[in-house]
Design a protein around this ligand. Sequence first.
Ligand SMILES: C[S@@+](CC[C@H](N)C(=O)[O-])C[C@H]1O[C@@H](n2cnc3c(N)ncnc32)[C@H](O)[C@@H]1O
Length: 405
Amino acid sequence: MNGFWAVSEVGGRVTAVPQGVWMRLKWLGRILWSIATRTEESKSYPDKAIAILWNRLPWVFRSWKVTQAIGRLIHWRVRRVHPRGGGNYTRFFRNLAQLELLRDVALEFPGGVPLKIASLGCSTGAELYSAVWMIRTARPEQEIQALGIDLSAACIQTAANGVYPLQATEVAGMSETSYERLFTRQEDTLSVQQWLKEGITWRVGDVSSLDLAAHFGLHHIVFANNFLFQMPPDRAEACLRNVARLVAPHGYLFVCGADLDVRTRTARQLGLIPVTARLEDIYIAEEGMLTAWPLSFWGLEPIDRKRQDWPARYTTVFRVPDGPRQVRPHGAVRGDRARAPRVALPPELNPNTDLAGLVERVAQDKLSRVVVPAAALTAWEERDPAGWAKVSAWLAVKEVTVILI
Ligand SMILES: C[S@@+](CC[C@H](N)C(=O)[O-])C[C@H]1O[C@@H](n2cnc3c(N)ncnc32)[C@H](O)[C@@H]1O
């Protein structure tokens, strides 16, 4: 046998098989054997096959309608089957366009009171320091009370220290002069300057925790970036509802890195108002996420302006309306809120047991609006999610608006 030919004996005859074909046959045999014996590796074959086909697709086909539809299907599957999770990756000025919008919002903020800003899932602090730098640089006289919360004690320790080795991902490609008065260089590290650290509180905590708003109070601006997609959709939705409660009326919620379906649906149900300024710049800032679509769960689909709901779907910034929140129940159909008389449920409504009572009362008095304390809704969602889902769907069919207070 020379290097190019593999020689095999089949039925007593000697046949020569080109080496490349022989290798492929062996590779195919291994795969078939792996599938037949259900090895751990075989579970990754569908993903590998899809990835090979998608990655070989010439770029010109990618924008085709049919290709995009296939991409959405692939992404839908990936979001269902891939285990969620993720790391602590962050960096200074990660999404510059979002920070510019923050600056614009802060410039319009009425003076005289401290501006309260929170970074949830803040990791090692780069996001919050960047935000504080942006506001203090644009509006030096504005007092800021800032809060950073993360699950990881190690991240919070690094954030509080504000010292980053030159090779750390947070400061990759930056120097002490990249942004005016941001860092001081000390040997091989960049340290955040003291004037930025003032007014910032760092806390270890779980932002899914239901006492979040009660514990930390309302904030004018809340960042909930790049951690919701690490959670399965039902947990992400509950968490998004929870963090939205931290935002004061007229305040802003910044949410990058969340499943688009979950974010759009939850924002609509909470009555959050999509902010469309700088929408596209903010959306495309995370180039890695755009290229990760559709093969990774954190991938971001390309903006489809033909969708009716495109501003609500692709914006990452929402404004919280004034006054009580209007909650559109799951799967709600369009109700006529303006005409409906406002009738409140009895204040003694027991959040643990009164789901049936709520249905009865709505049916009996033909209510078109109900006022529900946020704590009661949270308790229903927590203790009896299936029950609440049924009641919520029923309210939607009856076109009853739930007003959250
Ligand atoms: C990928 S980092 C994002 C950091 C920063 N927000 C950004 O966008 O650059 C996600 C962070 O969220 C934190 N995290 C995830 N789930 C959390 C939770 N339930 N409560 C608090 N922090 C959480 C993780 O520990 C991690 O540090």
